[in-house]
Design a protein around this ligand. Structure first.
Ligand code: DC
Length: 227
C-alpha cells in the first residue's frame, strides 16, 4: 500500500505560508507542522537560559538537549501549539526578542541538523503539511507535493502587520520592514538549508491572491492522489 503523501510548503516570512499550510492541513485532515516555531523555540530557550548566541556549540547542545518529542501540533481546527520539554512555549515564540534573534540561531548548522532530524520523524508516516524554508529541498526532498509561496515585500509586511495587530500587538512598520529585509538576507544566504524553491516545487506568486485562493490551488494539485 502506498504511503499517505506529505506536503512541503516553503517561502519567505509573510508569504502567507502559516495561514495557508494550516488551512490545507485542515482540508486534507493532515497534521500541520510549523518548523519556524521550532527554530523560535530554541531561540526562546537560549535567551531564557542566557546562552551566548555567538556560541554555536552551546546553541547546538541546546537544540540537541531539547526534547522535541513533546512537540504537539494540533490540526483539524484546534489550537496550534508547540510543546517542548513538557512546557507549552507557544505564547513566547512571536515576541520581539525571539523574532529579532531567530535568524542567527537558525543559521547554526548543528541547530539545523538537530531540528531537521526531528522534523523528519514527524513526517515519517506521511499525512503531514510541513512549512518552513528548506522543507522541499532538505527536510523532505521526497515529499509528494511541494509548493513555494512568494509575494512582494510590501504585501508581506502588510500581512504580518495585520496579523500582529489582530493579535493585539503594537506594530512599528519601519522596524518590521528592517526585520524582514534582515531575515530574508540571512535565510537566503546561509550555507546550510537556505531559503530556496525545490526544482520540482510548484511556485505560487501570491501577491494578488487571497489565502483561500492559494489554498484552493494547493488542494486542487494534491487532491488527485490524497482523495
Ligand atoms: O517562519 P518563521 O518566521 O516562524 O521562521 C522563523 C525563523 O526560522 C526564520 O528566520 C527562518 C527560520 N526557519 C528556517 O531557517 N528553516 C525553517 N525550516 C523554518 C524557519
Amino acid at each position: 500500500m502506498s504511503r499517505v503523501p506529505n506536503v512541503a510548503i516553503d517561502g519567505p516570512a509573510g508569504s502567507g505560508k502559516s495561514t495557508v499550510a494550516r488551512l490545507v492541513a485542515q482540508k486534507l485532515d493532515f497534521l500541520y507542522v510549523d518548523t519556524g516555531a521550532m527554530y523560535r523555540a530554541v531561540t526562546y530557550l537560549a535567551l531564557k537560559t542566557a546562552v551566548n548566541l555567538d556560541d554555536q556549540d552551546a546553541l547546538g547542545s541546546l537544540a540537541e538537549a531539547t526534547k522535541f518529542s513533546n512537540v504537539r501540533f494540533c490540526s483539524s481546527g484546534g489550537d496550534v501549539a508547540l510543546w517542548c520539554d513538557g512546557a507549552n512555549v507557544t505564547p513566547y515564540l512571536r515576541k520581539w526578542d525571539v523574532t529579532r534573534e531567530v535568524a542567527r540561531v537558525a543559521a547554526v548548522p548543528m541547530v539545523r541538523h538537530c531540528l531537521v532530524r526531528s522534523q523528519r520523524v514527524f513526517a515519517r508516516s506521511g499525512g503531514v503539511v510541513m512549512e518552513g524554508r528548506d522543507i522541499g529541498t532538505v527536510v523532505l526532498p521526497d515529499a509528494e507535493f511541494k509548493f513555494f509561496l512568494t509575494a512582494d515585500l510590501d504585501t508581506r509586511i502588510e500581512r504580518r502587520a495585520l496579523e500582529m495587530s489582530g493579535n493585539g500587538w503594537t506594530v512599528d512598520p519601519e522596524e518590521l520592514c528592517r526585520q524582514f529585509i534582515y531575515r530574508d538576507e540571512m535565510d537566503l544566504k546561509r550555507t546550510v538549508g537556505p531559503l530556496k524553491a525545490a526544482p520540482d516545487a510548484v511556485v505560487i506568486e501570491g501577491t494578488a491572491l487571497t489565502a483561500d485562493e492559494i489554498v484552493d490551488r494547493i488542494v486542487t494539485v494534491c487532491q488527485g492522489r490524497v482523495a
